[in-house]
Ligand binder design. Sequence first.
Ligand code: PAF
Length: 282
Amino acid sequence: MKIVRTRAEVRAEVAATRGRGGLVGLVPTMGAFHEGHLSLIRQARAESDLVVVSLFVNPTQFGPNEDLAAYPRDEERDARLAEEAGADVLFAPPVDEVYPAGFATTVHVAGLTDVMCGASRGAQHFDGVATVVTKLFQIVAPDAAYFGQKDAQQVLVVRRLVRDLDIPVRIVACPIVREPDGLAMSSRNVYLDPAARQQATALNRALTAGADAVARGETRSEDVLGAARAVLTASGIDPEYLDLRSGDDLRTLDRVEESALLAVAARVGSARLIDNRILEVR
Ligand code: PAF
C-alpha cells in the first residue's frame, strides 16, 4: 500500500488504474479505524481494482466546542489496518493540501441538514462534511464511495449532493458493525470509561425496544419513540435527539412506514454517540 499526501500523487495513482479501464473505490475516513471502517475497505476491495482510503481529520466539520484536538490519531496503526483490509493507497493529506490559503467555498445541502445532527451539532457540521466529501470526489474521481450506515444522515446528505451536483459516483452504504453487546462501533468509543461503556449499550437497546414495538404492531411514532425513550431514561441517558423520520428524506413521520429511520444521539460520559435502525414494517 502506498501512502500519499498530495492531490497530484493520488490523482496519478487513480490515472494509472483508469488507463487500464479499472474501477476505483474510495473509502473516506477520519482514521482511528475499527471494524466498521475495515468492513468498508473490504467491501471496496471486493468491488474495485484500486482502493483509495482517505485519512483526514476534517477540521471544518467540528464545532468550536467539539473534540477536534482530542480526536484519536494514529496513522501508523491505521495504515497497517488499511493495508491488511485491502487498501492500495492511503491518501493522508495535511490540512493545507485540502484547504489551501484563501479557500472560500462551502457546499451546503439544505433541508436534510437542519434536523438531527445538523440541529444538535450546528450547521457547520454537515457543511464541513459536504465540502470535504465533494473535494475528495473531485480529487479521486472514484466510481464508488463507501460510507457507514451508522452515519445515516451523512449518507443521505452525500447521496443528495452527488445527485444535485451531478457527481458520477455510486454511493454504497455499508451496515453498522456492532460490538458483541450491541454497541455500534465508533472511533469515539475510546472516550468511554467502563461505567460509560456499560451505559452506552442503552442506545442500541433503545433502538431494539422501538423495533420490538413495531414488531408488536405499534405504528404510531409517538408509541415507538416512547418505547425507545423508556430504555434511555432507565439508563440515565437524556438524548440530544431521539427521532423517527423517513429514511429517504428525513421528513417527520406520524406513523411508521417503509424505510422509517429510528435514530438517536446522546452524550454518554465524555463521548457523543449516535446510532440508528431502519424499522421493518410488515
Ligand atoms: O464519516 C466520517 O468519518 C467523515 O464525516 C467523513 C465522511 C470522512 C468526512 O470527513
